[in-house]
Design a protein around this ligand. Structure first.
Ligand code: SAH
Ligand code: SF4
Ligand code: F3S
Length: 475
């Protein structure tokens, strides 16, 4: 049994990141341990976890398990958890309650937990002590060991807990079962070294480590060859790509090389404003297949709070970057993340945030109430604002965000925009759905034969969270 350790997770040494080309192995005798059995995965949190779940699915299928869409029917259920805020925790513990009942009805059910929450000391301890019905736990650093951990659980009939708290290496040969045939994520880096004072990610995901450009480009080339239209380059802080490789090859070079593969659409998340270079902006502006959509987290508009958050930019620097992007990248849609109620945030500080929102008129935003995470510096800061006040600020902020998002969407009315059609709309069966280059969700009247293609769509109606449109056939 190996439990997570916060002190180990905090460490950043100069030790070299190992790139392990064959760390994932399925011994012959494990290749059919899932024969005739099904699995179901619930994924919480960000795209990083979504992509990890694609890896987990592929590993389980290597063991001969097959996918079951309904959790209640599966023989093995895995929860891939997120630790970013208390809410994320509560969702997982709520789901664990449901799984406990399922297991009481069906004792053969296997329950596995993984993801960022498992990297937290307190969570791992609690699961070990209280949640006797959990069968196995693994962390974000040792996904590749899933076959061995599962095998040990089947043989030893007791909780298997294996969570590493190291700075992290890169495992290159973990298989992936991609959820879509048209678009997918490509990890370009793992971990984060920014240590924003409120954030747990640097502890749950380890140090920043970039994949080698040749590995990334090979993956993109293969996706393109398989008919994929879109890749999203993925990392907590993609603009810092390559800094740890010391090869004089940064995000601007990678973006350019990925664009040159000729894949139809290139996206990237998440961009920390601090590392956004002019060269990157020039590359985004130059290549039509780099999408005009940028997620640019603000977090706060108050310089005092930004400093306490350790974000390393000022309101003025953020705004200058924002305007440069808008000026150089035509039609660029920009979204953001904002935290309200950071310890000590006054009404004045909050108004500074609203002021930035007014100046940026974002296309959309994810908004959060500050949630203290054990082990982070902000969790120890004096916080004398009531939850009521924080909720009220969140509401005021959301109202503004929604107004601007609506205004931005209204500009699309009667315009013709390119949409990558991904499938049949869940809500309207006679319509297809897809996203514009600027990441707007559109329900489209078009023939199913266009699924997987990028087609021109004339926007006919603007809804709160989506738009409706029709294939604009120019013939
Ligand atoms: N790497 C990205 C953010 C990843 S976490 C970046 O730096 O922009 C996604 C979002 O969760 C953050 O942008 C932040 O707005 C929010 N978040 C992170 N920690 C939080 C906390 N302790 N409380 C509330 N929101 C938090
Ligand atoms: Fe968290 Fe900051 Fe790293 Fe983003 S950049 S993952 S907010 S520490
Ligand atoms: Fe959550 Fe981990 Fe992502 S904490 S937001 S799943 S990196």
């Amino acid at each position: 049994m190996l439990l997570p350790n916060l002190n180990e997770a905090k460490k950043r040494t100069k030790s070299k990141v190992e790139i392990i080309e064959n760390g994932y192995q399925v011994p012959e005798h494990l290749k059919h341990i899932g024969k005739g059995k099904t699995y179901h995965i619930k994924t919480y949190g960000c795209q990083m976890n979504e992509h990890d779940s694609e890896n987990i699915k592929a590993m389980l299928e290597d063991l001969d398990f097959s996918l079951e869409e309904e959790m209640e029917k599966a023989d093995l259920v895995i929860l891939n958890t997120c630790a970013i805020c208390e809410n994320a925790h509560n969702k997982v513990f709520g789901m664990l309650g449901r799984l406990k009942h399922l297991k009481e009805e069906r004792p053969s059910l296997l329950i596995g937990l993984c993801g960022c929450m498992m990297q937290e000391e307190s969570v791992a301890e609690e699961i070990k002590k209280k949640n006797k019905y959990v069968d196995f736990v693994f962390g974000t650093h040792n996904l590749h060991q899933l076959p061995q951990i599962l095998d040990r659980r089947l043989r030893e009939k007791e909780l298997q807990m294996e969570v590493w708290s190291k700075e992290g290496d890169i495992y290159e040969n973990i298989p992936v079962k991609r959820d879509s045939k048209y678009k997918d994520w490509v990890n370009i880096m793992y971990g984060c070294d920014k240590f924003c004072t409120y954030c747990i990610v640097p502890y749950t995901r380890g140090k920043q480590r970039s994949r080698l450009p040749e590995h990334i480009l090979k993956e993109v080339e293969e996706l393109k060859k398989d008919g994929y239209q879109e890749v999203t380059l993925l990392g907590q802080n993609v603009n810092a790509y390559g800094k740890d490789l010391n090869q004089n090859y940064g995000m601007e070079h990678l973006l350019e090389d990925v664009a040159k593969t000729g894949i139809s659409r290139v996206r990237f998340v998440t961009s920390h404003p601090w590392d956004f270079t002019d060269q990157m902006i020039d590359v985004i502006a130059k290549y039509p297949n780099i999408m005009p959509y940028i997620h640019l987290p603000l977090q706060s508009g108050s310089n005092r709070i930004l400093k306490l958050m350790g974000r390393r930019y000022t309101k003025e620097e953020y705004l200058a970057l924002y305007h440069k992007l808008k000026e150089k990248v035509p039609n660029c849609s920009i979204t953001t993340d904002i935290i309200v109620g950071f310890p000590g945030e006054t009404e004045e500080d909050f108004k500074e945030t609203l002021d930035v929102v007014d100046q940026c008129a974002y296309d959309g935003a994810y908004t959060f109430i500050f949630s203290p995470r054990v082990g982070t510096p902000a969790a120890k800061m004096k916080d004398d604002i009531s939850l009521e006040e924080k909720e009220e600020r969140l509401q005021r902020l959301n109202q503004k965000i929604n107004e601007y998002s609506n205004q931005a969407n209204q500009k699309y009315l009667h315009k013709v925009v390119p949409v990558l059609l991904e499938g049949v709309s869940e809500k309207k069966e006679d319509m297809l759905f897809g996203y514009t280059d600027t990441m707007k969700l559109v329900n489209v009247k078009a023939d199913k034969k266009y699924i997987g293609s990028i087609i021109p769509v004339k926007i006919a109606d603007i809804k709160t969270w989506s738009m409706d449109g029709e294939y604009e056939n120019s013939n």
